[in-house]
Design a protein around this ligand. Structure first.
Ligand SMILES: Cc1cc2nc3c(=O)[nH]c(=O)nc-3n(C[C@H](O)[C@H](O)[C@H](O)COP(=O)(O)OP(=O)(O)OC[C@H]3O[C@@H](n4cnc5c(N)ncnc54)[C@H](O)[C@@H]3O)c2cc1C
Ligand code: FES
Length: 379
């Protein structure tokens, strides 16, 4: 089979891609991690420039790569295949060098129902397996028919004990309907799941010096929890007199519709008591909304909320109108991540290279993007 040589600028790294594999998959096979998130053409994280040669760009959402950008030589490497030798321009995630995702089985040790629509899964790997990952990364669950679903790791890298995932129910969804017992083969304690990982280039840049803004919506808290716990475990939020390194301040904004969406609210409140230079700002967009009709406490009056309200990324902009000297780590629903990226860069002066994110793109988002692509528009 034909393979094409690919040179990455400015790093000078090289690898070969088979004609039938994407540029991203070929790089990962060679142990080189290019930026990526959904690997589905929906989030735009893998966007880079083709400096020389040509690619066959696969299906993707126009929001991730517009026709204009394509005309300017940009490509989404998660769904682009090389048609010739290539020189591409993209930032390599050096800290992930040599991280080649592996497949492994895992046993579901425990399921905690953290909210009406959120389950916390604790998975145990076989004694012979380890998952070397960076805080913020995710794995794919490979379902029996080969279908994949991505979930961010919520626990601390290298910790003994089970690996934790926070999973929100998406009604009508293949995996989460099975997890929440609605239909499909039940996902239960002591069951076995097949994983592939670690994946993603959303991870904590530990050597940087900037203050950190953590931004999460819903179960986007999962990788943010892993990142926060890594910061605390490594003491990055404290001055280090031995090395002279100054503390990085950390502020977490966690948004949901109602308080029930902040399913581990007590945890960041505790961090705020225990940790230096850490602040927690919960933000609710509809604090007075009644609980869903099928919720166990649907009849109960909504809790009085005297905290912040509105869109979670707006709360960041109100408090930190100048983000030029910050790093932002954002995770959750695509609309929140995209709005934060756009507004933080355009309005608050955030350096684009200091915005790190994972958007929880689902099949509903992919279907919507496809429908927009197919829509011929007004006659
Ligand atoms: C990098 C990454 C990390 C993620 N991490 C997490 C995480 O930590 N926690 C978390 O909760 N989620 C996470 N997600 C989202 C997760 O991967 C799944 O998308 C989600 O759990 C739904 O899976 P499912 O099989 O239940 O639903 P799916 O079967 O994928 O369906 C999702 C929704 O789309 C609807 N749908 C399906 N097909 C169509 C169609 N053709 N047209 C219109 N609507 C349709 C379904 O009814 C359902 O409501 C992450 C996603 C990514 C990309
Ligand atoms: S669009 Fe390529 S990784 Fe999401």
């Amino acid at each position: 089979m034909t393979s094409h040589h690919i040179l990455i600028q400015p790093s000078g790294r090289e690898f070969a891609a088979e004609a039938d594999e994407t540029v991203l998959a070929a790089a990962m096979r060679a142990g080189i991690t290019l930026p990526h998130g959904c690997r589905n053409g929906a989030c735009g994280s893998c966007k880079g420039r083709v400096l020389r040669g040509s690619v066959l760009q696969g299906e993707h959402a126009p929001a991730a790569l517009s026709p204009e950008e394509q005309g300017q030589g940009l490509a989404l490497f998660c769904c682009a295949r090389a048609r010739s030798e290539l020189v591409i321009e993209v930032r390599v995630a050096d800290a992930l060098d040599g991280v080649v995702p592996r497949r492994m089985p895992a046993r579901i040790e425990h399921i905690e129902w953290a909210a009406r629509d959120v389950a916390i899964l604790s998975l145990r790997l076989p004694a012979s397996e380890t998952l070397n990952f960076r805080a913020g990364q995710y794995v794919d669950f490979i379902l029996p028919d080969g279908v994949r679903r991505s979930y961010s790791i919520a626990s601390l890298p290298g910790a003994d004990g089970p690996i934790e995932f926070h999973i929100r129910h998406m009604p009508g969804g293949t995996f989460t309907d099975a997890l929440f017992g609605l239909h499909g083969p039940a996902v239960q304690e002591r069951g076995i799941l097949r994983l592939e990982g670690p994946l993603g280039s959303f991870y904590l840049r530990e050597a940087a010096l900037e203050p950190i803004v953590l931004l999460a919506s819903g179960t986007g808290f999962a990788p943010v929890k892993a990142i926060a716990e890594t910061i605390f475990a490594k003491g990055l939020n404290r001055d280090d007199p031995r090395s002279g390194r100054r503390a990085r301040s950390v502020v977490l904004y966690w948004g949901g519709r109602t308080l029930a969406d902040l399913y581990l609210d007590a945890l960041p409140r505790r961090w705020q008591q225990e940790q230096a230079n850490f602040r927690y700002v919960p933000v609710l967009s509809e604090p007075d909304a009644p609980a869903a009709a099928d919720a166990p406490d649907a009849a109960a009056a909504p809790h009085a909320w005297n905290g912040r309200t509105g869109l979670v990324h707006h709360a960041v902009m109100e408090d930190l109108p100048d983000l030029s000297g910050h790093q932002v780590y954002a995770c959750g629903v695509p609309v929140m991540v995209q709005s934060a990226h756009r507004d933080f860069v355009a309005v608050c002066g955030l350096n684009e290279a200091n915005f790190f994110s994972d958007a929880f793109v689902s099949r509903a988002d992919l279907a919507l993007a496809q429908a927009l692509l197919d829509d011929p528009g007004p006659p």
